[in-house]
Write a protein that binds this ligand. Structure first.
Ligand code: ZN
Ligand code: ZN
Length: 180
């Protein structure tokens, strides 16, 4: 995986609902070699890490760069990387944050931290947002020029646009009724 893509796995982890080992396996599903190695106790550790990541995302979404950096730096110390060059098919050498002896927890946490570190270094510490839609607080990465992204998905933005349109129509009807 591209190192930049690890930031997205971090955000996906913040948004993941991890109630059971099967949920954890579903989150890891694109990478079968990790799925097979989920052990008892991994879920609790990943949940704890997910809570810390959520705090970092909150600081970022609130525009508090120094707090976001401080919490990410803490996580980077706790979850060191052990970089290794890997090539799944020997034609595309790329960087992994752990070799395949790394545990699920070591690998998932280090990937997320390193991905976010790259994101912060390239785009600044306030590029993670929280969805502004009702009943959704999903995190997302906002690399738009003026940091204008508000929703986690087109599903949420469509939902909110439809609601806003309905409110405007109702207000217009009300106003028309009053002038009659
Ligand atoms: Zn790879
Ligand atoms: Zn959303």
């Amino acid at each position: 995986m591209d190192i930049a893509a690890y930031a997205q796995t971090a955000v996906d982890l913040v948004n993941a609902r991890l109630g059971s080992d099967d949920d954890l396996r579903a989150y890891l599903a694109p990478r079968s070699w990790l799925t097979e190695r989920v052990r008892a106790g991994d879920l609790a550790e990943i949940q704890e890490f997910r809570a810390r990541l959520g705090e970092m995302a909150d600081a970022s979404a609130a525009g508090d760069g120094p707090a976001a950096v401080a919490s990410l730096n803490e996580l980077l110390v706790k979850h060191p990387i052990r970089p290794v060059i890997s090539g799944h098919d020997e034609s595309s050498w790329h960087l992994h944050v752990h070799d395949k002896t790394g545990s699920v927890v070591e690998t998932v946490c280090a990937e997320a931290c390193f991905g976010l570190a790259m994101l912060v270094a390239e785009h600044g510490p306030t590029r993670i947002g929280r969805c502004a839609a009702t009943d959704c607080d999903n995190a997302f990465i906002d690399t738009s020029v003026n940091r204008s992204r508000r929703f986690c998905s087109t599903r949420c933005s469509t939902r909110m646009n439809v609601a806003a349109l309905r409110r405007r129509k109702q207000a217009a009807k009300l106003a028309a009724g009053q002038t009659d």
